[in-house]
Design a protein around this ligand. Structure first.
Ligand SMILES: Cc1cc2nc3c(=O)[nH]c(=O)nc-3n(C[C@H](O)[C@H](O)[C@H](O)COP(=O)(O)O)c2cc1C
Length: 318
């Protein structure tokens, strides 16, 4: 029997509070969230899983105006992962506020609005629209987009630019701000410290790694955009390392993301220093994965005699 099979979901409802956590003043019923871009706007999954059981979910990245995204092909499978270049297609912040949020009201799960812009002004514009939205618990800033105002430098690569966006957003945001870090940097610690210094309430990491895949017969890139973002189990060791490095230097909470496909993956991130996790690519091949992970974590707490999951946060033994 594998380690995964050994655990059975807990039937003891009192044990559920073993998973309750608080990040930036927001109470989550458990630390299992779904990652931006892999869970639509939540409603798409309502017929597949019980949304009320999730700790929360992050919306697809929202910009002030709707965006069409890149031409296809824009997703390809790779060993242990996938490459995507969706191009930040989205319905726009206004439609999210007026059409989506009212429909989400009946679900008991936290909604985190993932936000991006191509300039500082666009980030602020999106946040100002979302500030009017009813039922958003926090914002998650995707700072991995090309910043046209800085001659093509990606904001997420520059500690100064990342801090500048964070400061500007914090000035207008009516909700806590989670800054989502890009792994495509020399030192993730520098970025983390810069946005913490700029007032970020929490961090989430990692976003996708820049990758490329080539068809050997046509000699063409397998996605139209040539390069794309690598995600899935292939990126997990990089993500765990980055969460560990960042946890050594910041005081704000860390949400771990990257290749999580089962409860043991989640536990690795907790030991490395995360206090919540997000599940991305795994949602594509198993829409129930997050629920299975919640059940797995409850059983893990029971089997390890943990009164609360936080007992393993940042607990790496060397
Ligand atoms: C198809 C796709 C679309 C994504 N769109 C976004 C997005 O709009 N905003 C964002 O911050 N991250 C986006 N991501 C990144 C994921 O939220 C996540 O950080 C990344 O995929 C790593 O986690 P995973 O390995 O569990 O997928 C996207 C990922 C995928 C696969």
């Amino acid at each position: 029997m594998s380690d995964l099979e050994k655990l059975q979901p807990s039937t003891n409802t009192n044990s559920l509070n073993r998973l309750e956590i608080e990040i930036a003043g927001i109470k989550f019923q458990n630390p299992v969230l779904t990652a931006s871009g892999t869970f639509g706007y939540g409603l798409d999954f309502a017929d597949l899983i019980d949304l009320n059981r999730l700790g929360g979910f992050c919306s697809k990245g929202l910009s002030p105006k709707p965006m069409k995204g890149n031409p296809p092909p824009r997703i390809v499978e790779t060993h242990g992962g996938m490459l995507n270049a969706i191009g930040l297609q989205n319905i726009g912040a206004k439609a999210f506020v007026t059409d989506t949020l009212p429909q989400l009201k009946k679900y008991n799960t936290k909604v985190i609005a993932n936000v991006f812009g191509y300039s500082l002004e666009e980030y602020i514009e999106a946040i100002e629209i979302l500030n009017d939205g009813d039922g958003i618990s926090a914002y998650e800033l995707n700072i991995s987009c090309p910043n046209v105002k800085q001659g093509g430098i990606v904001i997420g690569n520059s500690p100064d630019a990342a801090a500048e966006v964070t400061t500007a957003v914090k000035q207008v945001a009516k909700r806590p701000v989670i800054v989502k870090l890009s792994p495509n940097v020399t030192s993730i610690k520098e970025l983390a410290l810069a946005v913490e210094g700029a007032g970020a309430d929490a961090l989430s990491l990692i976003n996708t790694l820049v990758g490329m895949s080539i068809d050997v017969y046509s000699r063409r890139p397998r996605i139209a955009n040539v390069t794309g973002g690598l995600s899935g189990p292939a990126v997990k060791p990089v993500a765990v390392r980055m969460v560990y490095e960042v946890a050594q230097v910041v005081k704000i909470p860390i949400i771990g993301i990257g290749g999580i496909a089962n409860w043991m993956d989640a536990v690795e991130f907790f030991i490395a220093g995360a206090c919540a996790i997000q599940i991305g690519t795994a949602n594509y091949y198993d829409p129930c994965v997050s629920i299975k992970i919640i059940d797995g974590l409850l059983s893990y707490c029971e089997s390890q005699k943990l009164s609360h999951i936080s007992e393993i946060f940042n607990s790496l033994k060397k």
